[in-house]
Structure formats: C-alpha cells, structure tokens
Design a protein around this ligand. Structure first.
Ligand SMILES: [Zn+2]
Length: 142
C-alpha cells in the first residue's frame, strides 16, 4: 500500500480514474454559479463504496467548497453533495422510492449501447442494485 501525504492509497485508484475530473467540473460549475448569482452547485459523488477516486471524498469536496468561498467574489457558493455518505444500495432504494427513471441512467465506462457489466462502474452499480434487492433496468451485454 502506497499512501500519499493526503492518505490516498494510490494502489486502490482504478485505471478508470479521470485525473481531477470532479475538480474541473466543480471549478466550471462554481464559475457559472457565481455569474448567475446561484446559492450553490450540486454533485453526486459517493465516497464510501466508490472505487477510491480521491475526488469523490467528502474531504475533497469540503476543501473545494472552501476554495470557492475564498476564490470567488460572491464568497458564499455551497456545494451540495447529498449522496456522499450513502452506500450505492441506499441510493438505489431512495431513487426507487422517489420514482427516479433509473432506466435513463448510465454508469458504464466501456460501452454505449449495452452496459458491459464488468467495468468498475458497472460492478459497483450492479452490486448496489443487488444489495438493495432490486433489478437494474438497463441492458447489459451478459
Ligand atoms: Zn461497464
């Protein structure tokens, strides 16, 4: 196990990691939010059972929120992250309760017509549905 000084285990970061993706999206969204005088932005990161992506951690999001406070004229843009401390199965259960059209959601990093079912993102999604006792409504290759 190779931890960097921030406590991130680099050996657990999968090759599907996109360098600083959430940081880039939060920076752009923060700029738009300031221009539009919005009170905040939202992101659907999940820390507990995500793949170990460093930019899905509560610590990263809260630190980025401080950067938005310090780096914007508005100084009051919040980052809403309602899923960050939930398990995938809890998200599935809540989505079904709220009648979210889950057949319109997508997680696969490998395919665009049918999900592969084997990439990290598919495995996490399928496991969340399994633990929640629900059937994933999207199509899979296998
Ligand atoms: Zn996949």
């Amino acid at each position: 196990m190779k931890l960097n000084e921030n406590g991130v285990d680099h050996s657990k970061i999968p090759n599907s990691y996109v360098p600083f993706r959430n940081g880039i999206m939060l920076a752009i969204a923060g700029a738009v939010a300031e221009k539009e005088s919005a009170i905040g932005i939202a992101i659907g990161v999940v820390e507990d059972d995500s793949s170990g992506y460093p930019d899905c951690r509560e610590e990263f999001i809260s630190t980025f929120e401080k950067s938005l406070y310090l780096g914007t004229k508005a100084g009051n843009i919040k980052i809403f992250r309602p899923l960050v401390n939930l398990q995938k199965s809890q998200i599935v259960s809540e989505a079904i309760k709220l009648k979210v059209p889950l057949y319109l959601t997508w997680s696969c990093y490998q395919q665009e017509n049918k999900a592969c079912g084997v990439c990290d993102s598919c495995r996490l999604r399928l496991n969340g549905f399994k633990i929640a006792g629900e059937k994933d409504p999207i199509l899979y290759i296998n």
